[in-house]
Write a protein that binds this ligand. Structure first.
Ligand code: NAD
Length: 411
C-alpha cells in the first residue's frame, strides 16, 4: 500500500467523525502544488546521470509549507505526496504556523561520493528554488539527508536570493541551526511517552522498550529514554539486523559502536537477532523508528507482543494492521503526534532565524515539551470523549484546524 493510500484511508475515518463537507474533503486531500524536476548531475567519472526529484506542497492555509527532503531509491510521487499530507496534519496538530510539504529524489545516496551528493543537492535546489522561501516553503532533513545537505541548500538558495537562513531548517548550529534540533524528534517521542505512561499506568522507569531503527530518531530516543527516563531499552535494530539484551542494552556504548559505522548486531554485550525476530520480543513499548509500512497484516500485526506501539517513523503501520492492533487492544500513538518534535523545533529554528536571535538548549526543550504535551492532551481528551483511537482523534483535530483556515480564507 502506498503512502498516499494509507493517508487517504485514515483521512476518511476522521473526516466522517467531524462531518467534513464533501468539497472540503476534496480541498484537504488534494495537493496545492506539485513540482517534478529532472536533476542532471556530473558524476566523478565525467558521465552525466539524471535523477528525478519532487517537491509537493500539500497545503499552506495555516502558513508556509514545511517538510523534509529525502534521498531514497523508493522515493516516488505517491510516497512524497503521502508524506507531504502527513506534514499538514502534523503542523496543524502541533498548532504551529506552517502547512505541509515534502521533497524527495529517487536516488541511492550510498552509491554517490560526497562531491556527487553536493552537486545533486545544489542542482535539485536550483530546480525547485522558485517554489521555496521562508514565507513559501521551508525544507528540512529527512531520510538520508542531514545538516550538511541543508547547508548546501541554504548556500544555493542564498546565492540567488541573498542571505536567507530561514529558508531551510535542520542546518548546522554554526550556520543558524537551533540547539536541540538534532535530538528533537527523539526527545518529543520521550515527552509523549512520559505523558501516556502517567495517564495509562505504564511507568516509564524500568519499563521494557524495543526500537526498530537506530538512526537519528531511534538512537536519540534510546539514549534519552535510558538516560533521562530510566527505561530499559532491551532491543534495537538497524538495516542489517538487531541486538537484544534482557537486562538492558548499554546505549552510550552502542551509540559509540554505531558511530564507527558498525552494525548494531555486532555489538558484543547482547544476542544478535534477525530483523523479523524484533517484533516478537515481549515489551511494554514498541517503537518502529526506521521506515514506513513495517507493521502489516501479513507479517507481524498478530504477533507483536507489547502494551503500546509508538510510531517514531512516518506511516509505519498499514491501515489493516492498525485495525488488527485495535482488535487486539494494543493502542497506537500515531506518527504525526509522536514524531512531531522535529518539525516543532524546526519552527523554533525558523523563528530564531527571522528574529536573528538565539535560544538556549534549555529554552528549546522547555518549549518543545509544552507544545507537544498540549497536543497530546488534546488528542487524549478527544479520544476519550468520542471513544475513538488516538489516530482518529489526532486526525480530527488537525482536519478541523486546516478546514477552519481554508474557510476563513474564503474556501
Ligand atoms: P535515519 O536514516 O537516521 O535512520 C534510519 C534507521 O533505520 C537506521 O538505523 C537504519 O539502519 C534503520 N533501518 C533502515 N531499514 C531498516 C530495516 N529494514 N529494518 C530495521 N532497521 C532499518 O532516519 P531517521 O531520521 O531516524 O528517520 C527514521 C524515520 O523517522 C523515518 O520514517 C522518518 O521519516 C521519520 N522521521 C524522522 C524525523 C527526524 O527528525 N529525523 C522526524 C519525523 C519523522
Amino acid at each position: 500500500m502506498s503512502g498516499k493510500s494509507i493517508v487517504e484511508s485514515q483521512f476518511e475515518r476522521a473526516a466522517d467523525l467531524v462531518n467534513l463537507d464533501a468539497y472540503m474533503r476534496r480541498i484537504l486531500m488534494s495537493p496545492f502544488r506539485e513540482v517534478q524536476v529532472e536533476v542532471p548531475v556530473r558524476m566523478d567519472d565525467g558521465r552525466i546521470e539524471v535523477f528525478t526529484g519532487y517537491r509537493i506542497q500539500h497545503n499552506g492555509a495555516r502558513g508556509p509549507c514545511k517538510g523534509g527532503i529525502r534521498y531514497h531509491p523508493d522515493a516516488d510521487h505517491d510516497e512524497v505526496l503521502g508524506l507531504a499530507t502527513i506534514m499538514t496534519w502534523k503542523t496543524a496538530l502541533m498548532d504551529i504556523p506552517f502547512g505541509g510539504a515534502k521533497g524527495g529524489v529517487t536516488v541511492d545516496p550510498k552509491k554517490l561520493s560526497k562531491l556527487e551528493l553536493e552537486r545533486l543537492t545544489r542542482r535539485f535546489t536550483q530546480r525547485i528554488s522558485i517554489v521555496l522561501g521562508p514565507y513559501r516553503d521551508v525544507p528540512a532533513p529527512d531520510v538520508n539527508t542531514n545538516a550538511q545537505v541543508m547547508a548546501w541548500i541554504l548556500d544555493e538558495y542564498s546565492s540567488r536570493h541573498g542571505y536567507t537562513p530561514a529558508a531551510v531548517t535542520g542546518k548546522p548550529v554554526s550556520l543558524g541551526g537551533s540547539l536541540g534540533r538534532e535530538e528533537a524528534t527523539g526527545r518529543g517521542i520521550m515527552y509523549v511517552m512520559t505523558e501516556y505512561a502517567r495517564d495509562f499506568g505504564i511507568p516509564l522507569k524500568g519499563s521494557r522498550v524495543v526500537i526498530q531503527g537506530f538512526g537519528n530518531v531511534g538512537g536519540h530516543l534510546a539514549r534519552l529514554l535510558q538516560g533521562e527516563a530510566g527505561a530499559k531499552v532491551i532491543a534495537v535494530s538497524d538495516v542489517a539486523g538487531g541486538i537484544v539484551n534482557e537486562s538492558g542494552l548499554d546505549i552510550p556504548g552502542l551509540l559509540a559502536h554505531t558511530a564507527a559505522r558498525k552494525p548494531v548486531s555486532e555489538w558484543k554485550a547482547g544476542k544478535a537477532i534477525g530483523n523479523e525476530q524484533l517484533w516478537t520480543i515481549p515489551c511494554d513499548w514498541l517503537v518502529p523508528a526506521a521506515l514506513g509500512g513495517v507493521i502489516t497484516k501479513e507479517s507481524n500485526a498478530r504477533v507483536i507482543d507489547c502494551k503500546v506501539v509508538v510510531e517514531g517513523a512516518n506511516e509505519p503501520t498499514t491501515p489493516t494492521a492498525d485495525l488488527i492492533l485495535e482488535e487486539r487492544g494494543i493502542p497506537v500513538i500515531p506518527d504525526f503526534l509522536a514524531n512531531a518534535g522535529g518539525v516543532t523545533v524546526s519552527y523554533y529554528e525558523w523563528a530564531q532565524n527571522l528574529q536573528q536571535y538565539r535560544w538556549t538548549h534549555e529554552q528549546v526543550n522547555r518549549e518543545l515539551q509544552a507544545t507537544i504535551t498540549k497536543a497530546y492532551t488534546g488528542v487524549r481528551d478527544l479520544a476519550k470523549q468520542k471513544g475513538v483511537t488516538f489516530r482518529t482523534a489526532a486526525y480530527a483535530i488537525a482536519l478541523q484546524r486546516v478546514a477552519e483556515a481554508e474557510r476563513l480564507r474564503g474556501n
